[in-house]
Write a protein that binds this ligand. Sequence first.
Ligand code: FES
Length: 169
Amino acid sequence: MVDVPTAPGTSRRGFYLTFIYGLWGLIAAALAAPALLYLLLPPKIRRGSEWIEAADVTQLQPRVPVEVVFRKNRVDGWKITSEKETAWVVKLSDQQTVAFGPQCTHLGCAYHWDEAKSEFLCPCHNSVFAVNGAVISGPAPRPLDRYETKIQDGKLLLGQLRQSTGSKA
Ligand code: FES
């Protein structure tokens, strides 16, 4: 019998080693791919601005604030949570309906509508706001913050809460 010389890597042993290393490589790639995707891809990008239905405009009385409660999604990295939020909605005129953020612009206390005085009152340090959100008195440095709003099919939709500019009157 004559020994046939074989080129390196073409023996049965070489074939098995190549096969085993290849298999290990595939397994390593399968395990590493999800981890790399997790680390390298940015978190879910927040979808544009989210509009949330908050009130039926036809049910609002002129210049009578209504506190509405709605749920809003909050995106924190990969985590999305649904939170309950509130707004004070006021139909100032047939053309203008506004929605105020629920916190006083002084130190963030919850204020309420005083029916008798027709004013928003903050009990913490006695800031007083007019029905249009302007500061009447107290330490509040600026008018009430407002949500972006739009009306669609008679429904009031709320967008992002925007910090008010301006100062007290
Ligand atoms: S938090 Fe409202 S007056 Fe201070």
